[in-house]
Design a binder for this molecule. Structure first.
Ligand code: NAI
Length: 292
């Protein structure tokens, strides 16, 4: 099984930058790409700050910090990916956008490269069908935030080979993660169960069952969840939650998966959660202690 020496990360948002950080501190060279150069600059700054914080807390050494800095390179040119052993894409949760990207990657990357998607819900089999190498396409679903959360969910498409699965699993374990394996169904394991709960919390808020604070406190103290479903939705991004609900609704064909109208309305209003400073909660006025 080939070792992953250099990987490409596409999408320098909250997930892509977190995965790039994980790779760089765990000895893997990373190219980080985004079409938005400001996103690349933000990601580079936040990765440096996060690593500095880990050093100041004694979780990483200064040597690891220096090595990680050398291993991470940002680029707005996808052609730089010609030498990578694997690509992990973490762009917007849209099947069309991801398929277009996979077509490009199929042309640019070397024939042996694995193409992985961090998608939360979209069919790996359909993404693979956009390429000439479906046996080398796989889902590698990190949890948010990637440097902290212990789980990686690996999704096998219809044609994903055992070699591709083993190499992907090995990389996740090198990052210190526990792996679970899902077959290719809408939302896989985690979001098949989590997202309907979040959607139901929006229904509870929408129909006046309770305030947002009481819904979140109820689920935190009543069921021992570390975060309430509405504050978790704000962390994930309400646009991402809505995209996942649409995939569940279309793919499972049951009206109980229809996105709550309040979730749709917040996204329409640009209230996307913490990344925009406002979602269900307003983070410009909210106390800081709920941030992870
Ligand atoms: P985000 O909105 O924070 O970042 C997405 C980034 O992708 C942006 O910087 C955008 O400029 C870039 N981008 C969009 N189209 C591009 C393209 N064609 N080429 C290059 N860059 C492009 O999104 P986030 O939250 O990081 O999510 C990314 C992916 O990870 C989605 O598929 C999402 O479903 C998945 N995911 C999200 C989680 C979350 O909690 N937010 C958890 C696990 C997976």
């Amino acid at each position: 099984m080939a070792e992953m020496k250099i990987i490409g990360l596409i999408g320098a948002g909250q997930m892509g930058s977190g995965i790039a950080q994980l790779a760089a501190v765990n000895g893997v060279h990373v190219w980080l790409h985004d079409t938005d150069t400001e996103a690349l600059t933000r990601a580079h700054n936040s990765i440096s700050k996060n690593i500095q914080r880990l050093v100041s807390k004694g979780h990483l050494t200064r040597d690891v910090e220096a090595d990680a800095g050398r291993r991470l390179r940002c680029t707005s040119d996808l052609d730089d990916f010609h030498s990578v052993d694997m690509v992990i894409e973490a762009i917007v949760e849209s099947e069309d956008a991801k398929k277009k990207l996979f077509v490009q990657l199929d042309k640019i990357t070397k024939g042996s490269a694995i193409l992985a998607s961090n998608t939360s819900s979209i069919s790996i089999t359909r993404l693979a069908s956009a390429t000439s190498r479906p046996s080398q396409v796989i889902g590698m679903h990190f949890m948010n935030p990637p440097p902290i959360m212990k789980l990686v969910e690996i999704i096998k498409g219809a044609d994903t080979s055992d070699d591709t699965y083993n190499a992907t699993r090995c990389l996740a374990e090198r990052f210190g993660k526990t792996v679970i394996c899902s077959n290719d169904f809408p939302g896989f394991i985690v979001n098949r169960i989590l997202m309907p709960m979040i959607n139901e919390a929006f229904h509870a808020l929408h129909t006046g069952v309770a305030t947002k604070e009481d819904i979140d406190t109820g689920m935190k103290l009543g069921t021992n969840h570390p975060m309430g479903p509405l504050e978790l939705a704000d962390l994930i991004g309400l646009d991402v939650c809505l995209s996942i609900m649409k995939v569940l609704h279309a793919g499972l064909g049951d009206s109980r998966y229809a996105p709550c109208p309040l979730l749709v309305q917040y996204v329409d209003a640009g209230r996307l959660g913490r990344k925009r400073g406002i979602g269900v909660y307003d983070y410009n006025t909210r106390p800081k202690e709920i941030k992870p």
